[in-house]
Design a protein around this ligand. Sequence first.
Ligand code: ADP
Ligand code: MG
Length: 627
Amino acid sequence: MSNKKVLNFQTEVKQLLNLMIHSLYSNKDIFLRELISNASDAIDKLKFEQIKNPEINKNEELYIEIKFDKDAKTLTISDNGIGMSYDEVIENIGTIANSGTKKFLTQLSGDEKKDSNLIGQFGVGFYSAFIVAKSIELYTLKAGCENSEGVVWMSDGTGEFTIENVNKEQSGTMVVLHLKDDCEEFLSDWKLRSLVRTYSDHINYPIKMLKNITSEDSDKEVVSTELETVNQANALWVRSKNNITNDEYKEFYKHISHDFNEPLIWTHNKVEGTQEYTQLLYIPSKAPFDLYDSKRRYGVKLYIKRVFIMDDAEKLLPNYLRFIRGVIDSQDLPLNISREILQSSKDIDNIRTGSTKKVLSMLEDLVKKDSESYGVFYKEFGNVIKEGIIEDHANKDKIASLLRFISTNSDSDVPNVSLDQYIKQMKANQDKIYFITAESYNSAKNSPHLEVFKKNNIEVLLLIDKIDEWVVSHLNKYEEKELISVASSGLDLSKIINESEEDKSHKKELAKPIIEKIKKSLGDKVKDVQNTTRLINSPSCLLVEENAMSIHMEQILKQAGQPINGSKPILEVNMAHPLVKKLEDTLNEDEDVNISQILFDQATLLEGLKLENPSEFIDRMNKLICL
Ligand code: ADP
Ligand code: MG
């Protein structure tokens, strides 16, 4: 029966334990919340099992119990939930199943303050018990498995744990903490009750503690004890909004999200109609570290008639709202629903449409009521929301109105200009929304493409995130205004700038011979050479044809290893620049080629691209300088 093993913690667990014990010491209380949260999850899972197999632990009252022993200095948290098998204990409590753990650990800085913030996003879980315990015993028996044996897991949290079989009658899990000497404050009835009420009041199941019953006549003498429920033990989302305090909402958030930080905002509604369901949806104040990890955990939990069905029911919200945490509790879905059924359920589609609307209108409200918080939201999740432009056609305009951009109108690199605001600020006769895409703020801001815009005070949005290229390729118009890249060859600012047709054609004539020289010199390197409509100070820049893939987009795809046949660029040159003017009196073709090639290479560099032949470029430059 014994089957005793001594095993090592996974390396990452050791690292995590160390970090946790050191960085969260001033936050000791949280261990209780975490253990209660696990116990509650375990009861959720048992109830879910009972749907398929109603005989399991039939008629048993499901609850969590907390007790302590002052003499032995132990604190015990037990539940009669699902329990764990021998192998499950090893898997769940000794390794970290989360694929993002390694990534998380590489983000650590060694600065305790910063790291303890990070660890909050990571979710501290079971191991937080080692903040207060010098050693832990966990006894568990899996529910519903005939002849299964109990298991005891023991560790002092330094590097290894032992596991062996043990007699346990009652299925479920019991965690015994041997408290550190300086953590004896938790051996107090008053302290424990107040922690439960503060952090775990919202837990759906009773959390019980012993209560002394004193006899009527002698109020000193303890006659007996009985178990008493300390929390409200009622699903929070079922309660009426008016009876729930903000603190309760916040604690509930921490329980379901495994996030240490407070939520930014939430929305809580009962939806009635063809579908009846309750939604309680939160926006976190910090992005989780695994936001871009396809194996990320935690999302919106699905309950059906208050029975927990699954975590991260990804069909309940579109992918671009994957940062939302919360609960959706349906009255109508069948209890035996599976992930496969979820995929194709009309009812789920309905709930998704409704919940998406709710989240978007919650964000719209936030914009109006608390722009500072909206800034926080946008910093954390702006790039994820952008995916909605591509993913959610039906809500495209709404999502577009929620986007924020960096703009040439301010010196800040914080995106805070909306498309509506841009339109309001447009110049007389301007009917397009101008943007530039680039790989960094500096290269966008200093791009020669912006020269004519700056000179004429025309606002340009600076798009510097990778996803922006996809966003603008899906967002051609907003409020009837076309979005157009400043690097597009079709750029025509004549309506705004008021240049007469006469002036234009005069300039064109003057430029002709020079353009011809450059065209001849560059041959098929370029699609075309044209006189500039946008350069003021720089000699040259590269453009792409209207509707062609932008140079920046080509770059992104190339870096991602995608073979692409980019179209040839168009070279624009600025007749007012001395280098271009030089071409008026060049004496031979060699000189033409030299200058033309330099104009082309400089424009290439300014796009953030690499030169095919840098040494040739330097030779040409030197020739020019030394001449
Ligand atoms: P999380 O709760 O985020 O999954 P924890 O570190 O808190 O992470 O717990 C790790 C795992 O250990 C849980 O996912 C669960 O499988 C298991 N576990 C912890 N406590 C219990 C319990 N009381 N009953 C059953 N399983 C538990
Ligand atoms: Mg947990």
